[in-house]
Design a protein around this ligand. Structure first.
Ligand SMILES: [Zn+2]
Length: 414
């Protein structure tokens, strides 16, 4: 076993982090079999909602006029205002350039037509292989919503599973709009009244079990507002306690909660219009304590919640903290959060997920995050060397594997 000396440390860590495959445990991308649900290519990248929110800070077009444009015209408009008329320094804009550069395209030419010609020359199957290879990602977990009318038929019909795309059963419509969901369940033949009595509970349990069987999800998931509380007498709380947690327990899978999103702060911005709020981390403590037989994957949107969440994770082995989500998925905050998690939790967390909505984004999200993770890890190993500890390449490989896939895998299986 070769020990690493201080001068070779940063390079060795970087090399290992860059070459260790990632299991990307939360995305919004789909296998090619889902057809138009899988977004990819330059126009989808330029019209990503992270970028669109930035467009409206500087562009004069009224919201409705922008939304009435074709996707290509929207992309032209974004390109003009955020890439040509000013430098694309934000994380979301920089991400587009990282992708193009990794694909070997000439970003210095600033030629959108040439970029479009490149993407037009590819098939989605070829491109998917290329993107996974460039991103160093072995598999991703999708976000699969049985209430989505485009997605549900693909599952009902069945499709040849691609092992690179694993499923997650997303149940936001069930928890956030119970009466709407109850109507749908009834249409689909479940015996639901809408009063959340014992008969409804049985029906929802059956619905969840049916979809677990169909999707084979790695976990069940929901995103929740910062006001989420439990117990609070709401239908959401009742459904979580009586249906979701028992169903997840029976299926032997974790329940993932993403807490802190304030929906439609500016509805004119559509998907780009959500904001964030500071949530109550004590609700996570209560869940972990009251339901010791459930496992909870938790990420929070507010920077202000990250420290408290780390402390909660120190108290509950059935809590796995994951990822830097959306507004905290920027380099300065990823670094701060990753460093803090490592200092409080050692290696027992999942440092990142991409949340990619467009296939190509797994390239930039992982390239940017890997670079930060390597820096933080190198600092921590340097501290160990300073204390006389020895660090070998095998140690680093083992630790990085835990962070990039092993911790998630083990938590799902335990
Ligand atoms: Zn997400």
């Amino acid at each position: 076993m070769s020990q690493i000396n201080a001068s070779a440390l940063a390079d060795t860590v970087r090399k290992i982090v860059d070459s260790t495959p990632v299991l990307d445990m939360h995305t919004h991308i789909y296998a090619p079999a889902f057809g138009p649900l899988l977004l990819w290519g330059i126009d989808d990248l330029l019209t990503y909602h992270y970028v669109v929110a930035e467009l409206f800070r500087v562009a004069p077009l009224p919201y409705e006029k922008y939304w009435a444009l074709s996707k290509a015209d929207q992309a032209d408009y974004v390109w003009k205002h955020l890439f040509v008329e000013r430098s694309p320094v934000s994380e979301a804009c920089r991400g587009v350039l990282t992708i193009l550069h990794a694909l070997g395209l000439d970003t210095s030419a600033r030629d959108l037509a040439a970029l479009r010609r490149y993407f037009a020359s590819l098939t989605v199957e070829q491109y998917t292989d290329r993107v996974f290879e460039l991103a160093g990602v072995s598999s991703v977990v999708m976000t699969n919503d049985p209430f989505d009318d485009l997605e549900r038929p693909v599952w009902e019909k069945g499709y040849p599973r691609d092992p690179r795309f694993q499923a997650a059963l997303r149940i936001d419509p069930l928890l956030n709009d119970w009466l709407g969901a109850a109507r749908r369940l009834k249409e689909w033949g479940y015996d639901v009244r809408g009063d959340l009595g014992p008969r409804d509970v049985d029906a929802v349990l059956r619905f969840l079990a049916d979809w677990v069987k169909r999707m084979q999800p790695r976990y069940m998931a929901v995103s929740l507002p910062p006001t989420f509380a439990l117990p609070d007498g709401s239908s959401c709380g009742t459904l979580i306690e009586k249906c979701v947690l028992p169903a997840a327990r029976d299926a032997g899978i974790p329940f993932a909660t993403m807490i802190g999103v304030r929906r439609a702060v500016n509805p004119h911005l559509r998907l780009a219009g959500d904001g964030l709020g500071r949530a109550d981390v004590q609700v996570v403590d209560r869940l972990c304590t009251r339901f010791p037989d459930n496992r909870f994957l938790v990420t929070m949107l507010g920077r202000e919640n990250q420290h408290e969440l780390c402390v909660s994770a120190r108290k509950h082995s059935n809590l796995m903290v994951f990822g830097c989500w959306w507004f905290v998925n920027v380099p300065s905050l990823i670094e701060e959060i990753t460093r803090m998690r490592m200092e409080l939790l050692g290696l027992s967390f999942v440092p990142q997920h991409s949340d990619a909505r467009v296939l190509d984004q797994i390239i930039y999200k992982w390239s940017h995050s890997r670079s930060i993770l390597a820096d933080v890890l190198a600092d921590k190993y340097r501290d160990l060397l300073d204390a006389g500890w020895s660090v070998t390449e095998q140690d680093i490989r083992r630790d990085v594997r835990m962070l990039l896939s092993g911790n998630f895998e083990r938590f799902c299986e335990s």
